[in-house]
Design a protein around this ligand. Structure first.
Ligand SMILES: [Cu+2]
Length: 380
């Protein structure tokens, strides 16, 4: 499919049918004819669009999940020896992953420990208007020293995020005030990946002479995945044969074409929404505010790179290599810790794959039990 970005498919699947004389677009983007996950057929007449956009019924689980977030400043080490002033949820960058099941009631109490206002937006979630977290529009700003409690039902499974949306949101997000929000499906996850990692991207103005600079007035100098720049990014280590799911979350203010060496990826969801036709590719543009779920088959042993192909973003203060680079190690069959070859084919001999909710996730996580539970790093 001659596209660089799945975004184009999603956008044009609507546009192609809506715009009269859009034969050119439709002709060059064959996948633009793909129906949405709830549409019964291709095309974009009114009925198909309404089916595409219809809200799926969500069955309440009866479970209430409570989380406490403190918004506060912290010193954060981006890469060995380089520290910067961060604005954090609970002292970490990114903030803790909130992970619930579709239909759970979510209660989040946010305490503002900054000396400036803030608010928290649940990016991509269909919540009641008063819970959308836009200071000055849907609520009053959360003032310094005060708290605000959000409450909503987790509306649809997928990979989402939460981030600041107050009058200082641009700087607050650039300094780390964002985090993944993952909603698992009520039943078994159809992707059934063997391993799973969440990668949240950040851009930073940091280093000599950068303090206090307007983030939009010059280029960013450091780039992080889960709060760390290469070589301090946590490596991804999997076993040959694993189906590996990556959840990309981009609250940063720039586009990142993420490129995997040695193996192709299949894009299975954008902004939490499953794609009817997963797209196989090796480079995926991830724009501001987007999330993508991809899987790859770890069928090529060795240590490979997953990195941003805007190579300025693969440097630390201009020095390569750095920034958005993650080492991906595929351990060959038969290596220590691997079952002997053939064992996986024995009936009953294969340990069950971890469910999505129990699979390792990079970065701090709040996935189990009420309140905050830090999940240890990846690859236990
Ligand atoms: Cu980039």
């Amino acid at each position: 499919m001659p596209i660089r970005s799945i975004r184009a498919v999603v956008a044009l699947s609507l546009v192609a049918g809506l715009a009269a004389g859009a034969a050119g677009a439709a002709g060059t983007l064959s996948l633009a004819q793909s129906p949405g996950p709830r549409a019964s057929s291709g095309g974009a007449d009114r009925a198909a669009l309404e089916a595409l956009l219809a809200e799926r019924p969500v069955t309440p689980t009866g479970v209430t999940r409570q989380f406490d977030l403190a918004v506060r400043r912290a010193s954060w080490e981006l890469v060995g020896g380089v520290r910067t002033d961060a604005v954090t949820f609970n002292g970490t960058v990114p903030g803790p992953t909130i992970r619930v099941t579709e239909g759970d009631t979510v209660e989040v109490t946010v305490r503002n420990e900054l000396d400036e206002p803030t608010s928290v937006h649940w990016h991509g979630l269909h919540v009641p208007n008063a819970q959308d977290g836009v200071a000055g529009i849907t609520q009053d700003p959360i003032l310094p020293g005060s708290t605000f409690s959000y409450r909503f039902v987790a509306p649809h499974a997928g990979t989402f995020m939460y981030h600041a949306h107050g009058p200082r949101s641009r700087e607050q997000i650039d300094r780390g005030l964002a985090a993944p929000f993952i909603i698992d499906p009520p039943g078994a996850d159809p992707i059934a990946a063997d391993r799973e990692f969440t990668l949240t991207i950040g851009n930073w103005m940091a280093g000599d002479g950068m303090a206090g600079m307007d983030a939009m007035s010059m280029e960013y100098s450091y780039f992080t995945i889960n709060g760390k720049a290469y070589p301090d990014t946590a490596p991804i280590v999997v076993d040959e044969g694993d189906l590996v799911r990556l959840r990309f979350v981009n609250p940063s203010q720039t586009i990142h074409p993420m490129h995997l060496h040695g193996m192709d990826m299949a894009v299975v969801a954008k902004d939490g929404e499953p794609l009817v036709e997963p797209q196989r590719l090796n480079t995926l543009d991830i724009a501001q505010g987007e999330t993508y779920d991809v899987v790859f088959r770890a069928d090529n042993p060795g240590t490979w790179l997953l990195h941003c192909h805007d190579l300025h973003h693969a440097s630390n203060a201009g020095v390569e290599p750095g920034g958005l680079i993650v080492a991906v190690t595929v351990r060959p069959k038969g290596s220590p810790g691997q079952p002997p070859a053939g064992a996986s084919a024995a009936p009953g001999g294969t340990p069950p794959a971890p469910s999505a909710s129990s699979a390792p996730t990079m970065g701090p996580d709040m996935t189990s039990g009420p309140g905050m539970t830090s999940m240890p790093g990846m690859n236990p």
